[in-house]
Design a protein around this ligand. Structure first.
Ligand code: ADP
Ligand code: ZN
Length: 607
């Protein structure tokens, strides 16, 4: 038996296996099937790439996205693994060349998409080769229960029928049992051993913020990660375009990604992001699957995601390298109505019901003031035992309450005085005493509550109002025009207050309105990338520049050369020669040979 740990070091540059990796590899080397459920960033690729190195033959990786295959192959090649891909982007000549090298035994790892596998003559071609393993990546694509169903994946049921003796390893970052069961059934391996790792992503902080002054809040977050990779998920193409444009107006380097762009522009934006030429991608959910970029520091959701499962996948793209990263979701009750509008259009009653259930779960996640991590993991059937996760807005929050009695009374009164027929913004305009045509025409400038609030701004008022809705003093109609009206509890409070009975109403302090984005831009100081190690920040920045230069020279994405985590180790340990460099996590033998001297020279020069 080969020494697996030394192979891990030689090729991948990692000193030790992560949980389950060793067991999975052992299972595969024993010629058995395996189902691997591991969160994004858990380290799935090693699980089939290391066996590929050991096997005398070929490992075929089925991967859904042609646009990412080149990066995947580049990454493998840079670890010294003889790899190639076959897909429609190659010329006939290039394909013939790869096929020849496969027959000659020069390639150990072959990537292809399920469309190709569906072609009978391609399967015949494979049958003539010594195939030792099929790795089905993003295996949840085979299931309609998953969030990314792809009809082409269904052809993979032929794997067990036509390649009965070749073991399969199916890998996914989806954690629901329903999807796992479906994968197993579709692939025809009912008895397969399942390797399920914890889905807790310790290095990710989960936050839900109120959807008010959203753009300014987003800018404040992005400012903290200036020059680093950020993904902003949006609800619609329109929102995707407009957020990207507004960010560009402020001088950020942002690009949109959605199905409405033409293919070339989409591919270009994606590749610019992967190659660190663009910092921020604003995207619809179509973006991200299979993107192995390890150093995304912030994943923001500008609008409410459709499902918890999808949300977990999307946030999972942050911090694959294990360094601390942020996941921020902006939530306003209005997003629900947006989604309900679309759900109402669905004809199939079962489908409709399912979508409502998913929406309710998502809303529940945002509204419940309970540890976010616990809730997320619980959804996937995992128990999180700690009381305080120290990595979500709820657990990190320092309690700050204020007495909202007086201002609440005014809000309730304004709603009452206008007969419960208006929405939040009109009520707030009345309270703030705005001089508006609509207000004058309705005579609302004559109301007692008109102009009665002077010590809160629009943003704070809308937060307090939302709290009163959350706490069931006010009911918000569903539908296109969500009017507000008092419910019993609200009348009770209003009457008690009038009678001078209730003078205390404890409430979360409203968040202070973010400063105008332009002002913030100048003042903002970037926080450094967080790590347990102390490191020379200037050197780290210099390494990043060097990494980009090498990436351009060798025509690979920068992360293929080294992740931020690796650069931080370099800037901490300051290796002086190639032997010391080999001790750095992420530097395998080939990378040391190829890029080692450039880094060592820089350390000599600058450290
Ligand atoms: P996944 O496919 O599960 O999302 P990857 O295979 O892309 O994860 O690995 C995520 C990151 O973790 C990569 O940067 C990889 O180099 C790193 N990694 C994988 N295995 C190990 C290990 N045993 N030790 C340290 N880092 C690892
Ligand atoms: Zn928590």
């Amino acid at each position: 038996m080969p020494d697996l740990q030394s192979l891990l070091k030689t090729y991948f540059g990692h000193p030790e296996f992560r949980p389950l990796q060793h067991e999975i590899i052992q299972q595969i080397l024993d010629g058995e099937d395996a189902l691997v459920l591991m969160p994004t960033g858990g380290g799935k690729s090693v699980c089939y790439q290391l066996p590929a190195l050991v096997f005398q033959g070929i490992t075929v990786v089925i991967s859904p996205l042609i646009s990412l295959m080149k990066d995947q192959v580049d990454a493998a090649l840079n670890n010294g693994i003889p790899a190639a891909y076959l897909n429609s982007t190659l010329t006939a000549e290039e394909s013939a060349q790869i096929e020849r090298r496969l027959r000659a035994g020069e390639i150990k790892l072959l990537y292809c998409a399920p469309e190709r596998f569906a072609l009978p003559h391609f399967r015949d071609f494979l049958k003539a080769l010594p195939i030792k393993l099929f790795a089905v990546d993003e295996a949840h694509c085979i299931s309609e229960w998953g969030h990314d169903f792809r009809a082409d994946y269904r052809t993979l049921n032929l794997l067990k029928k036509e390649f009965a003796s070749v073991p399969i390893v199916a890998l996914t970052a989806t954690a629901t049992k329903q999807v796992a069961d479906d994968i197993v059934e579709q692939l025809g391996m009912p008895e397969v051993k399942r390797f399920i790792s914890s889905f807790n992503r310790q290095n990710l902080n989960y936050r839900v913020e109120r959807k008010t002054s959203t753009f300014n809040k987003l800018v404040s977050w992005i400012n903290k990660f200036k020059g680093e990779s950020v993904i902003v998920y949006c609800f619609s193409r329109k929102e995707t375009d407009s957020v990207a444009e507004k960010l560009c107006d402020l001088g950020f380097n942002a690009r949109p990604y959605h199905a409405g762009l033409n293919g070339d522009e989409r591919t270009q934006n994606q590749s610019d992001f992967i190659n660190d030429k663009v910092d921020i991608i604003t995207a619809t959910i179509a973006f991200g699957m299979g993107i192995d970029k390890p150093d995304v520091r912030l994943v923001a959701h500008y609008s409410l995601p459709k499902t918890i499962e999808g949300y977990f996948q999307e946030t999972g793209r942050a911090g694959r390298d294990g360094l601390e990263s942020e996941c921020v979701l902006f939530y306003g009750a209005g997003d629900q109505f947006n989604q309900k509008y679309f759900i109402e259009q669905i004809e199939d009653p079962l489908q409709k019901e399912k979508r409502y259930e998913q929406l309710n779960q998502m809303v529940g996640y945002c509204e419940l003031k309970k540890c976010r991590r616990k809730q997320l993991l619980n959804y996937f059937g995992e128990n999180f035992e700690q009381d305080n996760c120290e990595g979500c807005d709820v657990c990190l929050k320092t309690e700050s309450h204020f007495n909202a009695a007086e201002v609440s009374q005014k809000i309730l009164q304004a709603i009452n005085e206008t007969g419960g027929r208006f929405g939040a913004s009109h009520i707030i305009n009345i309270l703030l005493g705005r001089n508006q045509k609509k207000i004058r025409e309705l005579g609302h400038n004559e109301l007692k509550s008109y102009g009665s609030v002077t010590n809160y701004d629009k943003d704070a008022l809308s937060q307090i109002l939302a709290n009163l809705v959350d706490d069931n003093y006010i009911e918000r109609e569903t539908g296109m025009y969500p009017t507000l009206s008092l419910v019993e509890k609200g009348y009770g409070l209003l009457n008690a207050m009038h009678a001078g009975e209730a003078t205390e109403l404890k409430m979360d302090e409203p968040e202070v309105e973010a400063m105008p984005a332009k002002v913030k831009m100048k003042k903002a100081r970037k926080t450094k990338v967080k790590s347990d190690l102390t490191y020379n920040e200037n050197l780290f920045e210099a390494f990043r520049v060097l990494r980009k230069k090498l990436a351009t020279k060798y025509r690979v994405p920068p992360y293929v050369i080294a992740s931020d985590k690796t650069l931080i180790e370099l800037a901490h340990y300051l290796p002086k020669n190639t032997t010391q460099l080999l001790d750095i996590n992420g530097f395998g033998e080939l990378k040391v040979k190829r890029y080692g001297n450039a880094f060592i020279e820089m350390i000599k020069e600058k450290a």
